[in-house]
Ligand binder design. Structure first.
Ligand code: CO8
Length: 261
């Protein structure tokens, strides 16, 4: 296999342009140990360079997404160790991954698990999924973007409920607050994420890349700067062969053949 699974991970594909990465530490509820995060970052770095990967499905399987940071590992760390640790860089690799990530979430997505979900571009939840930032119960706070991405996704009041009181959102609540795109039956969650990822994988790759880039910039910059960036990406795409092919194939009433150029 071209992709080899690292500790606590399974990997499948790419098939039809989609690489599936599965968190797989059932005995620890898929807790995100540093070796697991290192393996995840390495897989994404390989997938970034691989033209056969157009999208990634990230899942924890059909029982649990992830119960957060590995608390056994965390117990051994003092302030100095936390200051110098590798995890922020590893989450950064996920955040900067330029191809679409579709998360399929069944069961608990808690703490760092919920934060990892929020690194995905589209989230499909199984009906039994639960989302939470229970760090407050440990005397700490979210440390991989939970206070920021959750607030952007669901607004201040719901974010504060999760972060300050440690309450969870059900899948239905996650849908109504905008944390996830769809709720489906638990056993339909991974297949639906694959269907969506395959659909994206069949689009013009440069357009997908610059579309993701433009949407993500909306979280970073003021509206005028975001509009300027969107415009620049739009202009860049006007210079691609795929744009000519897209318009031409429409006028000729046939399916486009994308080249990624
Ligand atoms: N870390 C390590 N082991 C875990 C974790 C975890 N987060 N969660 C569960 N496990 C282990 C349990 O210790 C248990 O092990 P054993 O069988 O050896 O006793 C096994 O998994 C099963 O756990 P439970 O019996 O508790 O299973 P339940 O199905 O009853 O409950 C829960 C599942 C609800 C997920 C429960 O296990 C739980 O509450 N887990 C902890 C959740 C939590 O507090 N998460 C937040 C952690 S803090 C965090 O994520 C901060 C992220 C910061 C990232 C910073 C990057 C820079």
């Amino acid at each position: 296999p071209r992709y080899s699974a690292a500790e606590g991970l399974q990997v499948a594909g790419p098939e039809a342009g989609v690489l599936e990465i599965r968190l797989d530490r059932p005995q620890a509820r898929n807790a995100l140990s540093t070796p697991l995060l290192r393996g995840l970052a390495a897989l994404l770095e390989q997938a970034e360079r691989d033209d056969d990967v157009r999208a990634v499905v990230l899942t924890g399987g059909d029982k649990v997404f992830a119960a957060g940071a590995d608390l056994a590992e965390m117990a051994a760390k003092d302030m100095q160790a936390v200051l110098l640790e590798e995890r922020p860089r590893l989450f950064g690799v996920v955040a900067r991954f330029p191809k679409p990530i579709v998360a399929a979430v069944c069961g608990y997505a808690l703490g760092g698990g919920c934060e990892l979900v929020m690194h995905a571009d589209i989230v499909i939840a199984g009906e039994g999924a639960q989302f939470g930032q229970p760090e407050i119960n440990l005397g700490i706070i979210p440390g991989a973007g939970g206070t920021q991405r959750l607030t952007h996704a669901v607004g201040k009041s719901v974010a504060m409920k999760l972060v300050l009181a440690g309450e969870f959102l059900t899948a239905a609540e996650a849908l109504s607050t905008g944390l996830v795109a769809e709720v489906v039956a638990d056993d339909a969650c991974i297949p639906r994420a694959h269907a969506l990822a395959q659909k994206i994988a069949a689009k013009a790759p440069l357009a997908v890349r610059l579309a993701k880039d433009a949407v993500l910039q909306s979280f970073e910059v003021p509206l005028s700067a975001g509009l300027a960036l969107e415009r620049r990406n739009f202009v860049v795409l006007a210079g691609t062969e795929d744009r000519n092919e897209g318009v031409k194939s429409f006028l000729e009433k046939r399916k486009p053949e994308w080249k990624g150029r």
